[in-house]
Ligand binder design. Structure first.
Ligand code: SF4
Length: 125
């Protein structure tokens, strides 16, 4: 047990970056390489179990003092529709890069506070 504590008692990247920051390599990064990785990972998942989709909904009405998340504090629910429009536009961009129609096996909503969205806007997903 003590060796496990020593092994993992080190600073690490936050779980919100994929791939985690220590694995970023700006010297070999290119849009073409990213598209190749996307299409390869998509094809493997889509033809087996289907893909898992994560949607980040960054809005919260108040700030928790311990928060380290990527969030926007606001009570202005007017931000919802433009954000949903942007998400749908991004989804279209992804779909245009994919070789076949996605089979969505899992949908994960995170934030922020996913329940920030008004019921009418939640139906857009
Ligand atoms: S993202 Fe979560 S932890 Fe951060 S302010 Fe919103 S509800 Fe609180």
């Amino acid at each position: 047990m003590n060796s496990l504590i020593q092994k993992y008692n080190i600073p690490g990247p936050r779980y919100t970056s994929y791939p985690t920051v220590p694995f970023w390599d700006e010297t070999t990064f290119s849009e073409a390489a990213w598209i190749r990785h996307l299409q390869r990972a998509f094809t493997i998942s889509n033809t087996t179990n289907g893909i898992s989709l994560y949607i980040h909904l960054p809005y919260c009405e108040s700030l928790c003092t311990f928060c380290g998340c990527n969030k926007r504090i606001t009570r202005n629910h007017g931000v919802e529709v433009p954000y949903i429009d942007a998400l749908l536009a991004e989804w279209t961009l992804y779909c245009n890069l994919l070789p076949e129609k996605p089979r969505i096996a899992e949908l994960h909503l995170g934030g922020g506070t996913p329940s920030f969205l008004l019921p009418n806007n939640s139906n857009d997903f």
